[in-house]
Design a protein around this ligand. Sequence first.
Ligand SMILES: Cc1cc2nc3c(=O)[nH]c(=O)nc-3n(C[C@H](O)[C@H](O)[C@H](O)COP(=O)(O)OP(=O)(O)OC[C@H]3O[C@@H](n4cnc5c(N)ncnc54)[C@H](O)[C@@H]3O)c2cc1C
Length: 441
Amino acid sequence: MAARHLIIGGGTAGMNAIRTIREEEGERSEIVLVSAERPYSRMVLPYYLDRSIAESHVFTATPRVLADWGVKAQVGRRATALDTKANVCTLDDGTTVEYDDCLIATGSSAVKAPVDGADGRGVHSFWTLDEARAVLAEIGPGSHVVMVGAGFIAFTILNSILALGATLTIVEVAPRILPRMIDDAGAKLVEDWLTKHGVRIRTGVKLTGIEDAKGRKRLRFAAGGDILCDVVIMATGIKTNLEWLKGSGVTVNRGVVVDDHLRSSVRNVYAAGDIAEGRDLITGEPAVHAIEPTAQEHGRVAGANMAGKDVGYRGSLIVNIVEVCHLDVASFGAWDDAKAEAASGVKPDRPAYRKLLWRGDRLTGAIILGPSSDIWTTNDVGMLKGLVQSGVSLARFKAHLKRNPFDVKPAFIASKTTSALLPETILGRPSKAPGNTPVAV
Ligand SMILES: Cc1cc2nc3c(=O)[nH]c(=O)nc-3n(C[C@H](O)[C@H](O)[C@H](O)COP(=O)(O)OP(=O)(O)OC[C@H]3O[C@@H](n4cnc5c(N)ncnc54)[C@H](O)[C@@H]3O)c2cc1C
């Protein structure tokens, strides 16, 4: 009998797993997809918000594509319980699906700050397509938008809000912006840059409530200084969608705990993406990385193993890259490792900052920011990521890089980082450059 795979969640992790199962399996299996939403990419929602892409472009698989892949899709249905002894998943309409193995890929959801009025009209999260539609319907030229929270997700939609002709105020409870993405020095540069571009920023302020005010919204703060606006977006964090796994016997910590094959504590149950707590590439510690590359890689590895392959995974690299008002801001790996040896540099003539973090001769983390128009900044984002990801020894270049963190290119080329990374594919297959492109080894 053909193997029966159940994929729960049709986001990045789930869809990558399905594609990989079809690529890797020896015999055609049965695949059932249960997903609360249609398959789409959350990461492109900022481009839908500023209308640079149509809504139809956010979807990663149409019903037709799913049918072509031979996937029995139950879209709009939620899994409510998993019986890992009987290998049965129960859905929200009371029906059940039996499986031989299953993948938990239910991702995360937005969490609003727990204040009065957070659930009122005109107060939105920005995590799902429905939420994006609601925000888009309310913002127009001249609207005043207040974004609560100055983290990565807030920054991914900042340009789009400005492009719609709205004015923007960001309020943040922490003493600075991007507290989980860059350090104090970097945050100061970004804050100055945004202020220069007309974004109002208030840090270290505690929101206490949101009230209706004659068709507008009034935000109240512990230290006073109300703000009146038209639309509120709460970018105040996310939580993993784990509740439905209660009683399943699957071990859960901050996420579903998985091994290097993306298997949970139950052998035929895998987990991938935002919901999974897997290995961090740099620290080797268990971590939940709610980012697209991790969801993609987890999905590929889990899918290959479900198809009968034996694929181990080295771990995922934290990668945060965002561009605001033509300023690139990025951090990689253990960028906040207090025990690492660190060296940083600032350019006197423009908002450009680097911080490189070392453990021995290896670069284990980096922060980089600078104008997008500065081609070297843009290239260095890729090179720094490569150096952290490959973990190559930089013994010969360390002293130079510590003195001049802006001169990354010679170390990148001479350390042959490209040839260290190129042969490495997630599924362990030899990688091939397109056509006859020569690759230096
Ligand atoms: C606006 C925005 C911008 C972003 N930008 C970036 C970026 O620039 N770079 C980056 O790395 N990351 C970015 N991300 C994060 C990235 O989108 C997520 O890390 C990624 O979507 C995680 O994929 P996933 O498959 O684990 O989960 P998701 O994509 O969240 O998919 C989970 C799926 O499971 C479904 N589901 C949930 N509960 C159930 C249930 N009980 N039963 C059935 N189905 C269920 C959901 O409906 C959904 O279809 C961004 C996110 C947002 C919202």
